[in-house]
Design a protein around this ligand. Structure first.
Ligand SMILES: O=C(O)c1cc(=O)[nH]c(=O)n1[C@@H]1O[C@H](COP(=O)(O)O)[C@@H](O)[C@H]1O
Length: 223
């Protein structure tokens, strides 16, 4: 199950990123590089992190179709295993991204549906997430980022092979912080999530590898 756990390396510099990578080691299969770390350290660090783990480049591209397609080409050139765009960019943008990603068959392209921090009412979030997931499927993407609460329905609508990546993971009474739609690792697996994204519950744990193993044990309990 560790191959389905992604650690969000939301730290501010290379040294901290490498320390965290070493701290989690093989207890997780994936590292996620997002805005904070990429803006600070860029592609060189991504290349290094790729040497030991699968890599998800989470920059949520949201721009005109041509610009997003070019950014996807750059991500493909970096050799990342997964990259995302924001489905709010619309059908044409998603199709352009999917077109660009075709040149990189080893890279999964996924779309953010509704951010797990979005305060919109649950039913509205569900409707928008389902509609955007279908749009991503039709545009030729490999899957979506969504909350655990929408994952099962998205699988039912878009097919079991359509990838669901779920952040907003908390367990054992952890603070939800800025996340609005949270769930624990066992519920995520039970609801059909393919990959779980965990940031602060691992980054801020006294022993990050132990926190990751705890999450994996919960994931296994639901399998
Ligand atoms: O695309 C993402 O990864 C993402 C989408 C989303 O809807 N919600 C969300 O939290 N994320 C990312 O997932 C991670 C969650 O971090 P924690 O809340 O610290 O576990 C962060 O790096 C977010 O940028």
């Amino acid at each position: 199950m560790q191959d389905r756990l992604m650690v969000a390396l939301d730290v501010d510099c290379r040294d901290k990123a490498l320390l965290m990578r070493d701290a989690v080691g093989e207890s997780v299969g994936w590292l996620k590089v997002g805005l904070r770390l990429f803006v600070a350290e860029g592609p060189a660090l991504v290349r290094d992190l790729k040497l030991t783990h699968k890599l998800f480049l989470d920059l949520k591209f949201h721009d005109i179709p041509n610009t997003v397609a070019q950014a996807i080409e750059s991500a493909g050139g970096l050799g990342v295993d997964m990259v995302n765009v924001h489905a709010g960019g619309g059908e044409e943008m998603l199709a352009a991204a999917a077109g660009a990603a075709k040149a990189f068959p080893g890279m999964k392209l996924i779309a953010v549906t509704v951010l797990t921090s979005d305060p919109m009412p649950k039913e509205e979030a569900r409707e928008v997430a389902l509609q955007r997931a279908k749009m991503a499927l039709d545009a030729g993407l490999d899957g979506v980022v969504c909350s655990v609460h929408e994952a099962a329905e998205i699988k039912a609508l878009c097919g079991q092979n359509f990838i669901t990546v779920t952040p907003g993971i908390r367990w054992g009474g952890q603070d939800a912080q800025d996340q609005k739609r949270v769930a624990d690792p066992a519920s995520a697996i039970a609801n059909g999530s393919d990959y779980l994204v965990v940031g602060r519950p691992i980054l801020h744990a006294p022993d990050p590898a132990q926190a990751a193993r705890e999450a994996v044990a919960m994931m296994e309990s639901a399998a």
